[in-house]
Design a protein around this ligand. Structure first.
Ligand code: SAM
Length: 240
C-alpha cells in the first residue's frame, strides 16, 4: 500500500470524504489517506493526527517525501485534540476498534460542532459507534462493508441530523448490531461476516452448556441465544 495505491479499505473510506472538504484523519499512521486525497486534488487541506511517536514520524516522513508539507499538517496528539475548533468539516477515523473510535469522539466532542461529516471504519464493534452516534445527535447516512485479505470491514458515515431516522420501523437491537443500511442491503460480504460470527457464538454457547450453572453463565447463554436468533434473521436472504 502507498499513497498512489491505497488498500481497498482506505480507498473505500476516501470515497466518502466530500470533494473540497477540510479534512482530518485521526490515527493516521503513515498518512496514506490524507496524502492520497490531497495529492489527487480531492481535498485542498488535511490534518494527519497521531498519538504514537513511531506512526507520527512515519506520517511526517511520508508527507515530506511527497512534498505535501504545505497542504497536510501532521500533528502529534490524542484524538481530536490535534484539530482547532472550526478547522475541519470532515473527520475520518479508520482501522481501530469501534469502542476506541467512540471514545475518541466522546473525548473530543466539543471539536465536532463545525464538522459536517464523520467517516468511521471500525475493525470490530461497529455497534459501539452506532450507539455513540445516536446519543450525540449524529445520523448515520450510509454504511458500507467490504472484504480485503480475508478480513471484513465496515464503514459508517454520519452527519448531524435525526439519529433515530435510519432505525425507524426496524428492530432496534438488531439494527444497532448489524447496521440499519447493511441489514437492508444484505450483501454477500454482510452474510459471510454474520454467518461466521454466528458460528462463533454457537461454539461459545456449546462450551457454556458444559460449564457449571451460575447466574453469570445463564445471562451469557441468554445473550448469546438472542444474538444468534437476531443473526439468523439478519442473514436470511430476503432484503428488508
Ligand atoms: N488509520 C490508518 C488505517 O486505517 O490504515 C491507521 C490505522 S492503525 C491500525 C491505528 C493508528 O491509530 C495507530 O497508528 C495508533 O497509534 C493510532 N491511534 C490510536 N489511538 C489514537 C488516538 N487516541 N489518537 C490518535 N491516534 C490514535
Amino acid at each position: 500500500m502507498n499513497t498512489e495505491q491505497l488498500s481497498q479499505r482506505l480507498a473505500r473510506v476516501a470515497e466518502y470524504i466530500p470533494d473540497g472538504a477540510a479534512f482530518a484523519d485521526i490515527g493516521s499512521d503513515h498518512a496514506y489517506l490524507p496524502c492520497h486525497v490531497v495529492s489527487k486534488g480531492k481535498v485542498p487541506f488535511a490534518v494527519a493526527g497521531e498519538v504514537a511517536e513511531g506512526p507520527f514520524q512515519s506520517a511526517r516522513n511520508q508527507v515530506n517525501q511527497e512534498g505535501l508539507g504545505d497542504k497536510i499538517a501532521v500533528r502529534k496528539g490524542n484524538g481530536l485534540e490535534v484539530i482547532e475548533g472550526g478547522e475541519v468539516d470532515c473527520v475520518a477515523i479508520a482501522g481501530m476498534g469501534g469502542a476506541l473510535i467512540a471514545s475518541i469522539l466522546e473525548e473530543g466532542k466539543e471539536k465536532l460542532s463545525s464538522v459536517k461529516r464523520l467517516v468511521l471504519q471500525p475493525n470490530i464493534s461497529a455497534i459501539s459507534i452506532r450507539k455513540w452516534l445516536i446519543e450525540n445527535g449524529w445520523e448515520l447516512i450510509e454504511e458500507d462493508i467490504l472484504e480485503e485479505d480475508g478480513k471484513i470491514y465496515e464503514i459508517l458515515v454520519a452527519e448531524h441530523g435525526e439519529p433515530l431516522r435510519p432505525y425507524k420501523g426496524k428492530d432496534e437491537n438488531s439494527a444497532f448490531l448489524f447496521g440499519p443500511f447493511l441489514t437492508a442491503q444484505k450483501t454477500d460480504t454482510f452474510q459471510k461476516k454474520w454467518q461466521h460470527e454466528m458460528k462463533n457464538w454457537q461454539r461459545i454457547l456449546q462450551e457454556l452448556d458444559k460449564a457449571a450453572d451460575s447466574e453469570e453463565t445463564r445471562t451469557r447463554r441468554l445473550e448469546l441465544g438472542q444474538k444468534i436468533s437476531m443473526a439468523e434473521e439478519a442473514v436470511k436472504s430476503e432484503k428488508s
